[in-house]
Design a protein around this ligand. Sequence first.
Ligand code: NAD
Length: 252
Amino acid sequence: MSSANVEKARALADAARRVVVLTGAGISTDSGIPDFRGPNGVWTRNPAAERLSNIQHYRADPEVRKASWRARLASPAWTAMPNAGHLALVALERRGKLHALITQNIDGLHLRAGHSPDRVIEVHGNLHKAVCLNCGWNGPMQAVLERVRAGEDDPPCEHCGGILKSDTISFGQALVPGVIERAMRAAGEADLLLSVGTSLQVYPVAGAVPIARQAGARVVIMNAQPTPYDEIADAVLTGSISEDLPRICGIS
Ligand code: NAD
């Protein structure tokens, strides 16, 4: 994308005092974690994989659960490191401009990059924790993955025998009300909404963009592919997030 748009976005960030950032899978592709809907996305390459992200299929079909555990075991998220895009947002926080970082990502890379936890709102949960769908037990994912490595292809909850899953929100599963309310409230308080690496297809999270706009915020959208909200944005950037975000956040 033209550097003029990057400069415009940088000027908007320089002028802003309460930036709310909304991130999606696209900020983590340069850390080696594929997105769902991009050109190399998990679903673009294998549409059948969408079943693994649906809670009804997960609950009903042991084969879906076994495939999910195999996918979790092989996830690049366990070794991924934050990239220049994640680090640029930490710099924005250190400049005192970051009001909130709403992320749809489950990879934990924003926290790993060094944000204060109270600024980060993980609306779709975190892959590093496991939860029982029956009794609500939760604990470290790695301990459950050890059981999978040792041969249990669909490990049950050790307390009640229920179905275990990553503590993330699948399609068809309710969001945590307090978490999504906090995210939408923050969006309404922004003077700049920066949407980064999300196709803005998943609701209610995508609604953060029009909520901020209606409350008077400027809007910058960074995404390689078009989004439904490009028309209401002050600037749309389709270049590399890990290259452009450091510039916008004032560290390059
Ligand atoms: P998405 O797959 O729908 O969209 C990602 C967008 O990012 C795509 O439009 C793609 O063109 C763009 N993109 C990818 N890499 C880019 C780059 N380097 N520079 C610029 N643009 C880039 O992702 P979504 O909107 O986040 O929705 C998918 C859902 O799946 C989310 O709810 C999320 O929780 C989950 N998910 C999370 C991860 C993760 O935690 N890293 C990975 C895959 C999916």
